[in-house]
Design a protein around this ligand. Sequence first.
Ligand SMILES: Nc1ncnc2c1ncn2[C@@H]1O[C@H](COP(=O)(O)OP(=O)(O)OP(=O)(O)O)[C@@H](O)[C@H]1O
Ligand SMILES: [Mg+2]
Length: 255
Amino acid sequence: MGRIYSLANQKGGVGKTTTAVNLGAYLAHMGQRVLLVDLDPQANATSSLGVDKNALSRSVYDVLIGSETPASLTLVTTCLGLDLLPASPALAGAEVELLNVIARETRLRHALQQVSGRYDYILIDTPPSLGMLTVNALTASDGVFIPIQCEYLPLEGLAQLLHTIELIRQRLNPDLMVRGLILTMYDRRTNLARQVVQEIHDHFPTTVFQSVIPRNVKLSEAPSYGEPILTYAPDSPGGLAYEALCQEILSSERI
Ligand SMILES: Nc1ncnc2c1ncn2[C@@H]1O[C@H](COP(=O)(O)OP(=O)(O)OP(=O)(O)O)[C@@H](O)[C@H]1O
Ligand SMILES: [Mg+2]
C-alpha cells in the first residue's frame, strides 16, 4: 500500500501546488511510483504538468461523485513514474454537491483505496480553503505536508489548520499525522524571511524539514512550459532545493 500525503494550507499562494508537482517529479525520478491527485478546481497542478484542464471531459470530480474510478481517469505524464489524476473546473461544484451525499468526507479515501497498491506515493494537492475538498484529502491521507511561505508570519493561520487536522484525526481519520512543515519562497536578504524561519523553528522544532525552498524565478516559470523543475531547470536553486527536500523526505521515511 502506498503512502498518501496531502499538501495543505488554507492560505493561498504558499507553494502547495509547486511543492506537490516537484516533489512528485523528484520522487518518481528517484524510483518511486507516484500518483499526483489534483483536488483543486483551479487545476494548477494539472496545467503545470502540461495537461489542458479545459480539454478534459472528466476529472477527479467524476471520481468524487462516484461515476468513474480513479484508474480509468489517470493520465501518464512526461515524467516517467509520475501519473496524474487531473482536476477540471467542474470540481468547483463538488464543494457544494458533496454536502448532500452519504459519507461525503470519505469519498476520496474509498476511491484511492482502489489504486493505492499500484503506487509508493499518492500526493494530493488541495485548494486554499478548509472546505469539503480539503477535508476529503485529509481524510484520505496518512499524513500532511504543510508548505509555509516565508513572506508572511503564519502562526495564526497555522493554528487554524492544525485545529482542523486535529478534528479530522478525532472524527474521521485517527492515523492522520503532520508529516512536516516545508518552508517555501525563502529570500535570505529579507528580515521577514529570517523571522518566519525562526518563529517556525521555535514553535515546531521537530516537524520542520531542514531543506528550505528559496524564492527562485525558474520555479515560477516552469509551469507555463508544462514541466516540473526537474526537467525545466534541474540545476537552478529551486531544482536543487526540491531534490534535497525529496531526499530528506525519503530518508526520514526509512527511520
Ligand atoms: N519557491 C518559489 N519561488 C518563486 N515562485 C514560486 C515559488 N513557489 C511557488 N512560486 C510561485 O508562486 C505562485 C503560488 O505558488 P503555488 O501555486 O505553488 O501556491 P499554492 O499554495 O498552490 O496556491 P493556491 O493556494 O492558489 O493553490 C505560483 O505562481 C508559483 O509559480
Ligand atoms: Mg495550488
